[in-house]
Write a protein that binds this ligand. Structure first.
Ligand code: S3P
Length: 437
């Protein structure tokens, strides 16, 4: 491994988190704005787009399918081609590390007249895809994947999709969104029944593109679309990226920080409740709605945390925040129990195993189960941690380094750029002693 590349972080303990910070744009919302903008009629402009590797993979995919996307690094302009205006890519579409791109695009591309092959990086090629393929097949889509139920996915176009009623067997917004996007192309209505709430950005964004989705208790229905209408979208800062600074400021004595313009959609923000139950001092200021999404400034002051049993019903709406929350638990007094979180095992890495490995390396007492983890809070030692190529594991242990008994070195951090370009630089501005080594 070469020295001073972007693949290893070293964090020295000490310092407090201060100031007013702006974390990059929301990943989930940026993906959806690109996808709907591409298949809308007319132009779409996206402000605050996440310039991360995952969302850039989605942009490149639509460019490969003939969509003009102009990205000047701050503003993204899309010339929508209409629901049926995409063209076949000459080569397989590589979606890198991005599960959201694959799952949502498979739904969208099942309704096209042409064939598509989707591939990804080593991590993405192992993630479960039958959860989307099986219900899409019942809609009359034709798809094949590997024997293991993973990428590559080959989608055969030209099939007449039919709406279905489908109860989600896993709490997954990617699965729900996949089927809603296929539903735009399907005869009749597509109804998704979700027994646990998951992020509703697709539903909100379809409304912003003038195609309404109806919600009746836990039944979400979309009808076949005649057209979507291009629009202007303002993407809030990503709550899942803010999560690292929420924990950093909470556990580091003397911290006082405001995170500006953060998306606080109630189907995303359960971490605030979990942290409040643990004793955190977090206040939402300046709450408002922008492009159909609730946003706020989040004010965090350091405080002493205590362990809790994390309520299971909050797990799906805090799913991406668990690496950060588990670091908070490692710094709390007493025991924290996480249950009902088996989905963590099929993220960018097996996040239960990756967090356990990191805790073992830094002397935190933790026990993993199939669907969760028990942590005895207290001491975090210095040490060397492997991120397993997972952006959120890397950033979680960077935050742990603030209060460790010695420096923490984190290996394999390149993928931080998938969701949080500029993490190290922003963390330095905030007061962390973090560097590339
Ligand atoms: C996402 C949904 C979640 C989340 C992922 C983004 C989305 O995945 O973990 O980072 O944008 O819909 P699942 O649907 O697999 O829970």
């Amino acid at each position: 491994m070469s020295l001073n590349d972007n693949s290893r972080f070293r964090v020295k303990p000490g310092g407090a988190i201060k100031g007013r910070l702006v974390v990059p744009g929301d990943k989930s919302i940026s993906h959806r704005a690109l996808m709907l903008g591409a298949i809308a009629d007319g132009n779409t402009t996206i402000h605050g787009f996440l310039q991360g590797e995952d969302t850039l993979a989605t942009a490149k995919a639509f460019q490969q399918m003939g969509v003009e996307i102009d990205n000047d690094g701050s503003l993204v302009r899309i010339k929508g081609v209409g629901l049926k205006g995409l063209s076949e890519s000459n080569t397989p579409i590589d979606l890198g590390n991005s599960g959201t791109s694959v799952r949502l695009m498979t739904g969208l591309l099942s309704g096209q007249l042409f064939n598509t092959e989707l591939v990804g990086d080593v991590s993405l090629m192992t993630r479960p895809m039958l959860r989307i393929i099986n219900p899409l097949r019942t809609m009359n889509a034709e798809l094949v994947c590997s024997e293991k139920g993973t990428l590559p996915i080959k989608i055969s176009g030209g099939h007449h999709l039919k709406g279905i009623e489908y109860e989600l067997p896993v709490a997954s917004a990617q699965l729900k969104s996949c089927l809603l996007l296929a539903g735009l192309y399907a005869e009749g209505e597509t109804t998704i029944i979700e027994n646990q709430a998951t992020r509703d950005h697709t539903e909100r964004m379809l409304s912003a593109f003038s195609h309404s989705v109806t919600k009746n208790k836990n039944r979400i229905t979309v009808s076949q679309a005649e057209k979507l209408v291009g629009t202007e979208i303002i993407v809030p800062a990503d709550f899942s990226s803010a999560a690292f600074f929420i924990v950093a400021a909470t556990i580091t004595p003397g911290s006082d920080v405001v995170l500006e313009n953060v998306g606080v959609n109630p189907t995303r923000n359960a971490m605030l409740k979990i942290m409040a139950l643990m004793g955190a001092d977090i206040e939402l200021q300046n709450e408002r709605v922008q492009s159909g999404e609730p946003i706020a400034d989040i004010h965090i002051k350091s405080s002493d945390l205590h362990g809790i049993d994390i309520p299971e019903e909050l797990v799906p709406i805090a799913i991406d925040e668990f690496p950060a929350i588990l670091v908070a638990a490692a710094n709390a007094t007493g025991t924290t129990n996480l249950t009902g979180a088996a989905e963590l095992r099929v993220k960018e890495s097996d996040r239960i195993q990756s967090m356990l490995d990191g805790f073992i390396a830094t002397g935190v007492q933790a026990l993993a189960s199939e669907e969760g983890m028990t942590i005895e809070g207290g001491r975090i030692n210095g040490g060397e941690v492997n991120s397993h190529g997972d952006h959120r594991i890397a950033m979680a242990f960077a935050v742990a380094g603030l209060v460790a008994k010695g420096p923490i070195v984190i290996n394999d951090c390149e993928n931080v750029a998938t969701s949080f370009p500029g993490f190290v630089e922003l963390a330095q501005t905030a007061g962390m002693s973090i560097d590339y080594v």
